[in-house]
Design a protein around this ligand. Structure first.
Ligand SMILES: [Fe+2]
Ligand SMILES: [Fe+2]
Length: 151
């Protein structure tokens, strides 16, 4: 099994694939497909965030203050992503959904998510304990989702 750092970074790449699908759907003005892609992103990101909150961040409780401060910022951003995605899904379900403003707001959220993921991959994930237990628990969290949300 890959280590914890590779599992979480690999999950970022899988999340990216749903964003790519959403951008393609917005480009062809397909509200239903955009909803499907963002619904998958919403579920998968929730599972990813839960693995970070339940397993990764507690394992870094002994990290230096600057890392603790960064983790606090990352947690705030997690709430921003989940709130934004819930709003996009709600807006996309409306029969007269106006796609360009939703696409623009999603682009902003996506930019923030890319910067967030980069900070995790360069400043947080490399600190993850290489202990077998951590990797197994992160893998359990990431694979704990309904079948229809698997890629
Ligand atoms: Fe995160
Ligand atoms: Fe992450």
């Amino acid at each position: 099994m890959p280590d914890a750092e590779s599992l979480l970074a690999g999950d970022h790449r899988e999340l990216d694939a749903f964003s790519t699908e959403a951008f393609a759907a917005f480009a062809r003005k397909d509200a239903l497909a955009a909803h499907v892609a963002l619904d998958h992103l919403w579920m998968r990101l929730a599972v990813h965030i839960r693995a970070e909150h339940k397993v990764l961040f507690p394992a870094l409780a002994g990290a230096p203050p600057e890392v603790q401060s960064l983790i606090q910022d990352l947690k705030v951003e997690h709430d921003v992503f989940m709130t934004a995605l819930a709003r996009f899904l709600q807006d996309l379900r409306k029969p007269d959904a106006d796609l360009p403003p939703i696409a623009a707001a999603f682009t902003d959220m996506h930019d923030l998510l890319q910067a967030h993921n980069h900070r995790e991959e360069t400043q947080v994930y490399p600190l993850a304990d290489a202990a077998e237990g951590l990797t197994i628990r992160i893998n359990q969290e990431l694979t704990f989702l309904p079948e229809r949300y698997r890629k």
